[in-house]
Design a protein around this ligand. Structure first.
Ligand code: NFE
Length: 499
């Protein structure tokens, strides 16, 4: 048996350690560990409830909008505030812009370098200014005495990368373009969010920025640029990656239980519904079935349970514990969250055009619905979701009423309790609040990467990522390239997971 430890897993948010045991070219056991404690829930204690959306957004710079929405939603629940239609539309648009930057960045900046030979840039003789500049920079870095020359491009995990020069330079060119596209989506979020990351306009009751004709059309113009990139580069590149690496239609299956809290409030319902899918069967969500287990997490034994009344008390030296991430379970089982889960739940809940577009996507790669729980399935549903969300954003823009009220009257209260559920780019996100005498007495966050990167629970059931790695075929000389391809398909944010 060989042990392979990847610590830290690079090109992700936060600090993740993956430990694997390998025998006969297969992973026989995998352990996912979040390597730090942050304590946002403790920070909330004793504060004014209105501080919650401002502080909890700082859990992350990649998905701050989702934390703002979850936190304001739990105050809206506690204070019985009715968000006006324009308020919901603006929240959808700011969150949609955040999804687009997050999904596109995940594929190009965080994952693509595992699927292309970045050293091909050294042999580049073409005339693209951006690629020539990149080549010159990498050459200069390699000659330097820096500890990590040419990071984040080199060094990289050794392994089998494609030799096709055209493939490598096309993906690298899109890598550079994606940086500009990310800037555009940040600008979009800032139009209605006031600023980004960490929006200023999302408050309990709605969105204070309002919507004028100028801002709507400014947003729409930028959205069109991003939609062109998604349709002409992002989706085709993901599909081409599937054809180039067909083994990833099978690798990294995971627990095959999917959960979504539902997201994007429209008139009377959520556009992407909440629910679970197990063995192809859709069941509506029952949040009483959620619990957080701490059997192998570095928290006191009374820190688990339902987030509405659980606590987060660190115990750094707890025997057998190997992670700062808790282990959320639904109905006592591990559930995967994220774009694959959202698209699977929407598909089985008969949401169009999710059904139609997902069927067409699978047809294009010669895959079946049962191939979706895989490395390919996670990248493909993320790209498909970007396309569908961007398309839906045009409707939300059309439905905005310029100048109409977008925030409810706020009536303060000295006490209350509430829950706010949403979907962050990486999956199901919930915040729970309780306050008395005008001060927060309880705050808990249940976060997407906590679900996916959870360690084993008290029953020794592995978390979703651990399950996805176990059984994977690996080339022992590759030092983990196969493993990180599986891990990154989940889009880890450990800064969020340990919050
Ligand atoms: Ni820090 Fe996040 C998203 C949330 S993941 S990125 O998406 O919530 O745990």
């Amino acid at each position: 048996m060989t042990k392979l430890i990847i610590d830290p897993v690079t090109r992700i948010e936060g600090h993740l350690r993956i430990e694997t045991e390998i025998a006969g070219g297969k992973v026989t056991a995998a352990y996912s560990s979040g390597e730090m404690f942050r304590g946002f829930e403790q920070i909330m204690s004793g504060r004014d409830p209105l501080d919650a959306p401002i502080i909890t957004q700082r859990i992350c710079g990649v998905c701050p909008v989702s934390h703002a929405i979850a936190s304001t939603s739990c105050l809206e629940d506690a204070l019985k505030l009715q968000v006006p239609a324009n308020g919901h539309l603006l929240k959808n648009l700011i969150l949609g812009a955040n999804y687009l930057q997050s999904h596109i960045m995940h594929f190009y900046q965080l994952s693509a370098l595992d699927f292309l030979d970045v050293e091909a840039i050294l042999a580049y003789n073409g005339n693209e200014p951006a690629l020539r500049e990149l080549k010159g920079w990498v050459e200069g870095e390699l000659k330097s005495n820096h500890i990590l020359p040419a990071a984040p491009f080199l060094p990289r995990i050794s392994g089998k990368y494609p030799a096709n020069h055209q493939w490598n330079t096309r993906l690298l060119k899109h890598y550079l373009e994606a940086l500009e596209i990310r800037r555009e989506s940040h600008k979009m979020a800032a139009i209605f969010g006031g600023k980004i990351p960490h929006v200023a306009s999302v408050i309990p009751g709605g969105v204070t920025s309002g919507a004028g004709v100028g801002s709507i059309e400014d947003f729409r113009g930028r959205l069109r640029t991003i939609r062109r990139f998604i349709e002409n580069s992002y989706l085709p590149d993901v599909m081409a990656t599937a054809k180039q690496f067909p083994q990833y239609l099978k690798a990294g299956r995971g627990v095959q239980n999917f959960l979504s809290f539902g997201v994007f409030q429209e008139q009377n319902s959520l556009w992407l519904p909440g629910g679970t899918v197990t063995q192809g069967k859709f069941v509506p969500l029952d949040i009483d079935k959620i619990s957080e287990d701490i059997g192998f997490s570095r928290y006191t034994n009374d820190s688990g349970g339902h987030p509405s009344n659980s606590k987060t008390q660190p115990e750094p030296h707890k025997a057998n514990a190997y992670s700062w991430i808790k282990a959320p379970r639904y109905d006592n089982q591990s559930f995967e969250v994220g774009p694959l889960a959202r698209m699977t739940v929407a598909y089985h809940a008969d949401v169009q055009p999710v059904r139609e577009r997902l069927d067409a996507l699978l047809h294009e790669v010669g895959g079946k619905l049962s191939d979706l729980p895989s490395v390919f399935g996670r990248h493909a549903t993320r790209a498909l979701e970007a396309s569908l969300v961007a398309e839906r954003m045009e409707n939300w823009l059309d439905n905005l009423v310029p100048g109409a009220i977008s925030v409810a009257n706020y009536t303060p209260s000295q006490e209350g309790r509430g829950v706010g559920l949403t979907e962050a780019p990486r999956g199901a996100l919930g915040h729970w609040i309780e306050f008395k005498a005008g001060k927060i007495t309880h705050y808990q966050c249940l976060v997407p990467s906590t679900w996916n990167f959870s360690p084993r629970d008290s029953y020794k059931r592995p978390g979703p990522v651990e399950t996805a790695i176990e059984g994977a075929q690996v080339n022992e000389t590759d030092r983990g390239l196969e493993v990180v391809r599986i891990v990154r398909s989940f889009d880890p944010c450990i800064a969020c997971a340990v919050h």
